[in-house]
Design a protein around this ligand. Structure first.
Ligand code: FE
Length: 255
């Protein structure tokens, strides 16, 4: 299985600080059935800046460790790019590339809002041939209150990635319900760990299939894994038309 959003590189962002911690984290990924990992350290973040050359160097360092070699996992370059007006410049200057050199960019929104310029920026990025993937929309406060914000971006050509700890209930029932609502309305296309550490923010993948609450969503979860495969191979993703059935449910709840 493939994980397209996580923080496994040593001392580059809020992921592991030591080689030992990184090895333990990758061991956890392996135990969860993940054999292909796209490393996505924060970039253009208020606290972390990781141009792709630095990411590639850190991946080489990690792959050289005996403990990592022994696991035989594949690691690919990526970035979790904070939404800013610098993205276009960074693409033109070669500091930002798509996941594994593909057309797909993992983009992080601020946690409280969807900036006014998001739609316009996404349009510009798409006209350059890229496809934005919105990282963990279920953790954005504005989207949680108004799913139309996500619907509009997906309808405009973006994709999205939900976090496995949201889907398996580790972040609470409300977040899980929201993540499921996104699945039911074709508003999300990937599930990934956003792993940072073995204890607090772990890799979760295989164990999700054992969750009783998710037993009706195995088909979609398998589609999400196939989509991750298409991303790292730079193939086109065929997405289902996004729906707004969440509106009817809301009204039904009131009536
Ligand atoms: Fe992240």
């Amino acid at each position: 299985m493939i994980d397209i959003h996580n923080h496994i590189l040593v001392d580059i962002d809020d992921g592991p600080k030591t080689d030992e911690d990184a090895i333990k984290l990758i061991q956890q990924a392996y135990d969860e059935g993940i054999t292909r990992i796209v490393a996505t350290p924060h970039h253009l973040h208020t606290r972390y800046d990781n141009p792709i050359a630095k990411v590639k160097q850190k991946i080489d360092d990690l792959k050289a460790l005996e403990g990592v070699k022994a696991l035989g996992v594949n690691i690919y370059p990526g970035q979790e790019i904070r939404i800013t007006d610098q993205i276009i410049n960074n693409i033109n200057e070669g500091e930002v590339i798509g996941i594994n050199n593909s057309r797909y960019l993992l983009i992080e929104l601020p946690s409280n809002e969807v900036p006014q310029y998001t739609q316009r920026l996404f349009y510009e990025i798409q006209s350059m041939g890229y496809v934005p993937i919105i990282a963990h929309p279920e953790r954005n406060k504005a989207i949680a209150q108004n799913l139309d914000l996500l619907f509009e971006l997906i309808n405009g050509g973006a994709l999205s990635q939900i976090t496995s700890s949201s889907l398996n209930g580790s972040m609470g029932k409300k977040v899980r319900a929201l993540a499921i609502q996104m699945i039911e309305n074709n508003l999300t296309h990937f599930v990934s760990s956003d792993a940072h550490s073995v204890e607090a923010r772990p890799f979760i993948m295989k164990s999700m299939w054992e969750s009783k609450k998710l037993k009706n969503y195995h088909e979609e979860m398998n589609d999400f894994l196939n989509n991750a495969d298409l991303v790292i191979n730079d193939k086109k993703i065929t997405k289902q038309i996004p729906t707004q059935d969440y509106k009817q449910k809301k009204w039904f709840g009131i009536l």
